[in-house]
Design a protein. Structure first.
Length: 301
C-alpha cells in the first residue's frame, strides 16, 4: 500500500447508491472536507461476510453521525448491482449511508485495497476534516472487521487528546495532544484579531469571527475546514478572522460582550454584518457551518 497515515486522502469523485434516490449520487472526497469521513471497502455484493459488516455500520450509523462523521461503504460492484442487492435483501433494509460503486476501480486502487481479481480488500479508513488519513485497517477477505472498534477509534481521534489502550468515551485521557503538523499549517490561514484590531471585523460588510481557546480540542481542525471553504471560494464576501479568548488581546471583547457567558462550546462562530452581530453558530464542522449560513443569512437580511 502506498497510502499512509498522516497523508492526504486521494481526491477522487465516484458514484454511489443511496436508498430512495432514483439516480446515482456523485460522491467527492474533497467536498466532504470539514467533516470526519469513515470509508469502508468490502469485497463483493451477494456474499456471506460482507452483509454482516454492512449491517453493523447501519446499526451504528446514528452514533457515527453523532460524532459528526460521514459513513461511506464501497465495493467494485456496479450501481445497479448495489441497487438489486440492497433493495431485496432484508438484512440490508436499514442501510441509509451511501454505498460507492467503484466499477472503474479508481477508488480501491487509490486507497491501496484493490486485488488483482478486481475485488477490494476489507479496508477501513478514518479521514479527518482536513482530508488527512488518520487510521487505516485492512483485512483479507475471510474475516470481518469490528465496527464498534471503528467507532471507538473515531471518538478517540475526535478528542484531540492522547488516548491510552482500550480508551472508551467518558474515560480520562492522557492529556492534550499536539495538533498534527498538517492542521497547524492550514489553520494559520485564518488571520488573528485582538481588541485593537477588531475594527477589521466591525468595518467589513460581512464578517465571520471564530472564537477559540488555546486548549480547544476541535478548534484547529475546524479552522482548517474553514480554510478549505475559503480556498474553494465558498466564503467569498466574508472577512474571516479568529479571536483566542484566553489570550490577553481578548480582554475588552469579553468585557463588552456579555452574551459570551451563554457560549458553552468552542469553537463558536459569530456572524457580523456592517458591525452588528446577527447570528452565532456553535459547532466544529465546517460543512455544517456552510449549511447554517444558507439559513442564517436570509433570516438576517
Amino acid at each position: 500500500m502506498t497510502l499512509r497515515v498522516g497523508k492526504p486522502a486521494p481526491e477522487t469523485t465516484v458514484e454511489a447508491y443511496v436508498r430512495g434516490e432514483p439516480q446515482p449520487r456523485p460522491v467527492s472526497l474533497p467536498a466532504l472536507r470539514g467533516q470526519w469521513v469513515v470509508l469502508f471497502f468490502y469485497p463483493e455484493d451477494f456474499t456471506f461476510v460482507c452483509p454482516t459488516e454492512i449491517q453493523a455500520f447501519a446499526r451504528l450509523h446514528d452514533q457515527f453521525l453523532a460524532e459528526q462523521a460521514v459513513v461511506l461503504g464501497a465495493s467494485t460492484d456496479s450501481y445497479h448491482c448495489h441497487k438489486a442487492w440492497f433493495e431485496t435483501d432484508p438484512r440490508l433494509q436499514d442501510v441509509a449511508y451511501p454505498v460507492i460503486a467503484d466499477t472503474a476501480h479508481a477508488l480501491a486502487e487509490a486507497f491501496g485495497v484493490l486485488r488483482d481479481d478486481g475485488m477490494a480488500l476489507r479496508g477501513t479508513f478514518i479521514i479527518d476534516p482536513t482530508g488527512v488519513v488518520r487510521h487505516v485497517q485492512v483485512n483479507d477477505l475471510d474475516v470481518g472487521r469490528n465496527v464498534d472498534e471503528t467507532l471507538r477509534l473515531l471518538g478517540a481521534f475526535r478528542t484531540g487528546e492522547r488516548c491510552p489502550a482500550a480508551w472508551a468515551p467518558g474515560q480520562e485521557t492522557l492529556g492534550k495532544a499536539p495538533p498534527p503538523a498538517h492542521i497547524v499549517a492550514e489553520a494559520g490561514a485564518i488571520a488573528r484579531v485582538a481588541d485593537e484590531t477588531m475594527v477589521e471585523v466591525l468595518e467589513a460588510e460581512q464578517a465571520m469571527l471564530i472564537l477559540t481557546k488555546s486548549d480547544c480540542g476541535y478548534c484547529a481542525a475546524y479552522q482548517a475546514g474553514i480554510a478549505g471553504l475559503q480556498a474553494r471560494g465558498e466564503l467569498d464576501g466574508f472577512a474571516v478572522r479568529k479571536l483566542v479568548l484566553d489570550e490577553r488581546g481578548a480582554t475588552r471583547f469579553k468585557r463588552d460582550n456579555a452574551w459570551l457567558t451563554d457560549v458553552e462550546v468552542l469553537p463558536y462562530t459569530v456572524l457580523y454584518r456592517r458591525g452588528q452581530r446577527i447570528a452565532g453558530f456553535a459547532g466544529s464542522s465546517a460543512a455544517y457551518l456552510r449549511e447554517w449560513l444558507g439559513s442564517a443569512l436570509p433570516a438576517a437580511a
